[in-house]
Design a protein around this ligand. Structure first.
Ligand code: HEC
Ligand code: HEC
Ligand code: HEC
Length: 142
């Protein structure tokens, strides 16, 4: 009898842990828009079309953690964590010039998006993460 109760307690506890983890995941996903059209209007000239970005899929399906993209540096350390407010990249990354370590907006995006994709390609992990063909990211403008 005792053993049975113990087993039930363990089972209940395991369920709680699973539920809790599930809840946390849901909370994270709710706080992130599923798709984002990256189309800042701050460039002069604005040469390329908007970029449709599968925000949620990057986290959910491609296992990229928030902190690989969202960052706020104190010294060399990224102190941004989930739940912190997200500011527009252009708040820090000037569209027309790099300032010290803070790369200008286009370069910051290309460094983040393209570098990861290129590394995946070179490591034979993915052939579908675009980094060479501009129009696999940028919408063609007519
Ligand atoms: C992995 C996706 C990706 C690829 C591949 C890519 N870009 Fe981009 N690019 C972006 C993102 C994201 C931005 C930021 C757009 C914004 O801020 O509105 C950007 C911004 C730009 C900008 C500045 C914004 C503008 O419209 O003037 C230019 C110019 C640009 N890219 C040119 C290129 C060229 C040329 C290529 C191909 C050699 C290329 N990109 C390939 C994702 C990509
Ligand atoms: C692969 C890169 C990447 C990952 C991973 C990522 N994000 Fe984002 N996120 C972006 C980009 C790019 C933007 C748009 C920034 C801009 O418009 O300047 C954004 C915007 C946001 C915004 C603001 C949306 C708005 O309406 O302004 C929130 C909130 C956010 N992300 C939360 C998260 C959370 C939480 C995670 C992890 C669970 C996450 N992101 C993972 C790249 C990413
Ligand atoms: C840390 C790694 C990483 C970063 C950073 C990253 N990606 Fe990706 N991206 C991936 C992976 C993994 C895939 C899936 C490749 C596959 O399906 O084999 C992918 C796929 C894509 C695809 C094609 C499939 C789809 O879902 O549309 C696009 C477009 C794309 N990424 C755009 C972007 C843009 C724009 C950014 C920057 C804002 C970005 N990525 C940043 C890892 C990354």
């Amino acid at each position: 009898m005792r053993e049975e109760r113990w087993a039930i307690s363990v089972a209940v506890l395991a369920c709680l842990v699973v539920l809790l983890a599930w809840n946390v995941t849901i909370a994270e996903e709710e706080s992130m828009p599923e798709e984002i059209v990256i189309d800042h209007s701050v460039y002069q000239p604005d040469r390329k079309g908007p970029v449709y970005f599968s925000h949620l899929a990057h986290y959910d399906d491609y296992d990229v953690v928030c902190e690989d993209c969202h960052h706020e540096y104190k010294g060399a350390e990224n102190v941004w964590t989930e739940g912190d407010p997200v500011k527009k990249c252009e708040t820090y990354h000037d569209p027309s010039e790099s300032k010290g370590d803070i790369k200008k907006l286009r370069i910051a995006f290309h460094n983040n998006c393209k570098s990861c994709h290129e590394n995946l390609f070179k490591a034979n992990i993915s052939e579908d993460a675009p980094y060479r063909n501009c129009y696999n990211c940028h919408e063609r403008e007519s």
